[in-house]
Design a protein around this ligand. Structure first.
Ligand code: PXG
Length: 436
C-alpha cells in the first residue's frame, strides 16, 4: 500500500511547499497539539476557530461514541431523532430575541448557502418576490460555495470563478480603516459612516430589489477586521428602514469567541438570520446551524397541510453523532462558564497582544474578545512572504498561528491560562525578532 503525501489534495494549502516539509499532528490535549515527531505545539488558533473548549474533551468523545452505537444514522427527511430537537431547543434558548428556529447543516459554507436561500424564499413567501439582490462586503468571507463566494469579498477566492458569480450581487466597502484606527483596543473609533454604503446601494438599485445584506460582525478570515463603533447598529437601522434582511455570519464569532454566546449578543444587534458552525461541536464533528427569526420561519408555515415548506436540506443535516457532539460541547461551555471566562480574560489578552507594539515589522495590532491580530509591514514586492515566514518560524518554536496576507491572526481556546497567553506572546515576539 502506497502511503505518500501525493494523493491528498489539501485545501487552502501550498501543497508542494507542505509536502516538501510536512507538518503533521498526531494528538491534542488542552491548548496543545503534539506532532508526529512528538513535539508540543501551542494552539494559538483553536484549531481553526473551532476548539473553544480546548482539545481532547472526553465528554464529547464519549457522547459521539455512544450516539454511533445507539443510533448510527437516522434519515433527516420526513423522519427525526430526539437529539436534533433537543439541540435546536437549546440553541434557540441561547440565541438572542426571536432567533428561535434552527436549520442544521454541516459547515459554515452550507450555513451561508442555507441562509441566503431562506432569505430569498422568505421574500417570495411574503409577497415581495422582487427582492432578489444580495449585498455582501469587500474582504468578507462566507465560505467557498457559489453563493458564499459571490457575496464574499476575497479576491483570490473569486477570481478563478469570476464569470459564474451569482448575478445581482453588490458589495459594501470593508471596514478596515487602518490608518485612522492604528493600534485600536477593542472596537475602532472611526468608520461608522461606511455603513452608509448601504444607502448608496439602495439609491443605485432601489431598496425594493434587495433581499438581504450579509456581513461577518467581525471579519475573521480576512485578517481580523473589526466593526467600527456604531457600524453594526447603523446597518441594522438601514435594513429595517428598507425592509432588507440582515444576516450575521457568526461562523467564527459564535459560541463564546467575544466573551458572549454570539457577536450579536455582544454588540446588542439582532440579525434576521445567523449562520454558525465551527465551535458548535468544539470542532469534533462537522456541523453548522442557521438561526432564523420567528417571523421568517412562520411565513413558511402557511401552505397546504402535508406540503414540504422548504425544498432544501442535506443528507447529513443534524446527524445523531453531530448532535451528540454539539450537546456535549454546549454542556461544557455552560458547566465551565467558558463564555464568561473569555470575557474575564479579554482585558488581559488585550494588554498582552498590544505589548508587542514596537517589535520589528509591526504595522498594526488590534483585538476584541479572545481574538487578536498583528498586521505586518509587507516585504516590498513580496506580499504575504513575511507572514508566511512568521507562521513557519512560530511552528518551529512550538506555536500555531494563522496568517492571511501579511496579517497574523490569534484566537486561542477559551480555556487558555494567563501564563500560557504570556508564553504565546513571548514566542511571537521572538519570531518577529528572528524573521526578515
Ligand atoms: N463564514 C465565515 C465567517 C467563516 O469564517 C465560513 C463561513 C466557511 O465555513 P466552512 O466550515 O465551510 O469552512 C468561514 C470559515 C481563517 C479561516 O484563516 C477561516 C475560515 C476558514 C478557513 C480559514 O481564519 N472560516
Amino acid at each position: 500500500m502506497r502511503n505518500d503525501l501525493d494523493a491528498h489534495w489539501m485545501p487552502f494549502t501550498a501543497n508542494r511547499q507542505f509536502k516538501a516539509a510536512p507538518r503533521l499532528f498526531a494528538s491534542a490535549s488542552g491548548v496543545h497539539y503534539t506532532t508526529t515527531e512528538g513535539r508540543k505545539v501551542m494552539d494559538g488558533i483553536s484549531g481553526l476557530w473551532c476548539c473553544a473548549a480546548g482539545h481532547g474533551r472526553p465528554e464529547i468523545a464519549q457522547a459521539v461514541g455512544k450516539a454511533a452505537m445507539e443510533l448510527d444514522f437516522s434519515p433527516p427527511f420526513q423522519m427525526g431523532h430526539p437529539a436534533a430537537f433537543e439541540l435546536a431547543t437549546r440553541l434557540a434558548e441561547m440565541a438572542p430575541g426571536g432567533l428561535n428556529h434552527i436549520f442544521f447543516t454541516n459547515s459554515g459554507s452550507e450555513s451561508v448557502e442555507t441562509a441566503l436561500k431562506i432569505a430569498l424564499a422568505y421574500h417570495r413567501m411574503n409577497g415581495e418576490a422582487h427582492r432578489t439582490r444580495l449585498i455582501g462586503r469587500e474582504r468578507g468571507y462566507h465560505g467557498v460555495n457559489f453563493g458564499g463566494m459571490s457575496v464574499g469579498g476575497m479576491t483570490a477566492n473569486r477570481k478563478m470563478f469570476s464569470p459564474l458569480m451569482l448575478p445581482g450581487v453588490d458589495h459594501l466597502r470593508h471596514t478596515h480603516e487602518i490608518e485612522a484606527n492604528l493600534y485600536s483596543k477593542g472596537q475602532p473609533q472611526h468608520g461608522v459612516e461606511l455603513a452608509e454604503d448601504l444607502e448608496r446601494l439602495c439609491a443605485l438599485h432601489d431598496p425594493s430589489t434587495i433581499a438581504a445584506v450579509i456581513v461577518e460582525p467581525l471579519s475573521g478570515s480576512a485578517g481580523v477586521l473589526l466593526p467600527p463603533k456604531g457600524y453594526l447598529e447603523r446597518l441594522r437601522a438601514l435594513c429595517d428602514k428598507h425592509g432588507i434582511l440582515l444576516i450575521f455570519d457568526e461562523v467564527i464569532t459564535g459560541f463564546g469567541r467575544l466573551g458572549a454566546p454570539f457577536a450579536s449578543t455582544y454588540f446588542g444587534v439582532e440579525p434576521d438570520l445567523m449562520t454558525t458552525a465551527k465551535a458548535l461541536t468544539n470542532g469534533v464533528v462537522p456541523m453548522g446551524a442557521v438561526f432564523v427569526q420567528d417571523k421568517i420561519h412562520d411565513a413558511f408555515m402557511t401552505g397546504p397541510e402535508g406540503a414540504i415548506e422548504l425544498f432544501h436540506g442535506y443528507t447529513f443535516s443534524a446527524t445523531t453523532v453531530a448532535c451528540a457532539a454539539a450537546l456535549a460541547a454546549l454542556d461544557i461551555y455552560k458547566r465551565d462558564s467558558l463564555f464568561e471566562r473569555a470575557a474575564e480574560l479579554a482585558p488581559y489578552w488585550q494588554e498582552a497582544v498590544h505589548s508587542l507594539k514596537g517589535r520589528r515589522h509591526i504595522k498594526d495590532i488590534r483585538n476584541l474578545g479572545l481574538i487578536g491580530a498583528v498586521e505586518l509591514e509587507p516585504i516590498a514586492g513580496k506580499p504575504t512572504k513575511r507572514a508566511i515566514s512568521a507562521f513557519l518560524a512560530a511552528y518551529e518554536r512550538g506555536l500555531l498561528v494563522r496568517t492571511t496576507g501579511d496579517i497574523i491572526a490569534l484566537c486561542p481556546p477559551l480555556i487558555i491560562e494567563k501564563s500560557q497567553i504570556d508564553q504565546l506572546i513571548d514566542t511571537l515576539g521572538s519570531v518577529l525578532d528572528q524573521i526578515d
